[in-house]
Design a protein around this ligand. Structure first.
Ligand code: ZN
Length: 343
């Protein structure tokens, strides 16, 4: 009951990359970078295990950014000539590579870190990939054509590549494959209309557990400002959750603590495991076990006990290592308290 997991990313140590950044520059190259990524991955596996988490991840230590880390291994993408593009419906500008030709994987994308993580933890291993719709929103298109039709075509092309990598990750021994789809909270109609279908294409044929993470973004200024415009009730999940409930995806990760998401939204996910965000990633204040257990208690009104997983609201990448480590401990301690309270 109330197993614990993180959404995905963790801060990179300063000897690996720039800190407090979403697109940090690496601090090493070649073999030294590979070794530093491996060291950071092992360090975070240990930290998650020491905190007492039940599901372990690689902390995304081997990728610069959760979307572009995948795109770097895709043929047909021009990384040399990045362009500035407003992403998440122009919420903020990002330097993005361009799709210029048919898309194909150059080879495995995440074999190194997935196999490393698998070799170093006996616990359940979760691995994250960007979802097709969020990829489409984080790359410039010069190939698939204007408008919605082009976006859909490109999303399904990426879904096929994601599926190849996901099947390979499963063969590496990954227990849970999670697709990150913050775009589902931005393009609400499209998410329900074709986003979930593209996601299912990405997860096709997987026999391991499948998950999707939908959030209001990292705790960066642009996202925090956006949240202030969303009013007292954040009902973005209302459109996509019913579509997800009907889908083959088994777990859904959502933002809860310190959000204005009405808890009854969770009732729309009947039949799914719900990863409830009980840790705020936009604040350095460490949650108390009581606060975490209270959030779990509120979610229990709408999620059956055996389906509730305690999770972070989003990734912890832009935070300090110290804060992130304490938040992992708070997550585990809070879930333990909730087990006593609600058993
Ligand atoms: Zn997120």
């Amino acid at each position: 009951m109330f197993s614990t997991a993180i959404a995905g990313s963790l801060p990179k140590p300063e000897w690996l990359a720039e800190t407090n950044k979403l697109w940090p520059k690496w601090h090493a190259e070649g073999d030294a970078l590979r070794q530093a990524k491996a060291d950071a991955t092992l360090l975070w596996i240990k930290a998650q295990e020491d905190a007492g988490l039940d599901v372990i991840g690689d902390g995304e230590q081997s990728r610069q950014h959760f979307v572009h880390g995948f795109l770097e291994q895709v043929e047909g993408i021009d990384f040399e000539n990045k362009v500035t593009m407003g992403i998440r419906n122009n919420r903020y500008d990002a330097q993005v590579p361009q799709v210029i030709a048919p898309l194909r994987l150059k080879g495995r994308v995440h074999a190194f870190e997935a196999q490393l993580a698998r070799a170093h933890t006996q616990k359940k291993l979760k691995f994250t990939l960007p979802g097709p719709m969020t990829i489409v929103d984080t790359v410039a298109d010069r190939f698939y054509g204007e408008g919605e039709e082009g976006r859909i075509k490109m999303a399904f092309a990426f879904a096929e590549l994601l599926n190849q990598e996901a099947l390979a990750l499963q063969a590496d021994g990954v227990d849970i494959i999670q697709f990150d789809e913050p775009a589902f909270n931005v393009y609400l109609d499209q998410a329900a209309d074709w986003g979930v279908k593209a996601l299912e294409r990405a997860a096709q044929g997987l026999t391991c557990t499948t998950a999707v993470h939908i959030c209001y973004g990292y705790g960066i200024e642009a996202n925090n400002n956006w949240k202030k415009t969303l009013g007292d009730e954040w009902r973005q999940y209302e459109k996509v959750f019913p579509a997800l409930a009907k889908s083959s995806i088994q777990q859904v990760s959502l933002e809860c603590y310190h959000s204005h998401v009405p808890p009854e939204m969770m009732a729309l996910l009947e039949g799914k495991d719900v990863m409830v965000g009980v840790i705020d990633v936009a604040s350095d204040v460490i949650e108390t076990p009581e606060q975490v257990a209270d959030t779990i208690g509120r979610a229990l009104q709408f999620v059956p006990k055996h389906r509730l997983i305690a999770c972070t609201n989003c990734g912890l990448a832009p935070m300090s290592r110290e804060v992130a480590t304490k938040k992992l401990q708070a997550l585990a301690a809070g879930a333990a308290l909730a087990r006593q309270r609600y058993a």
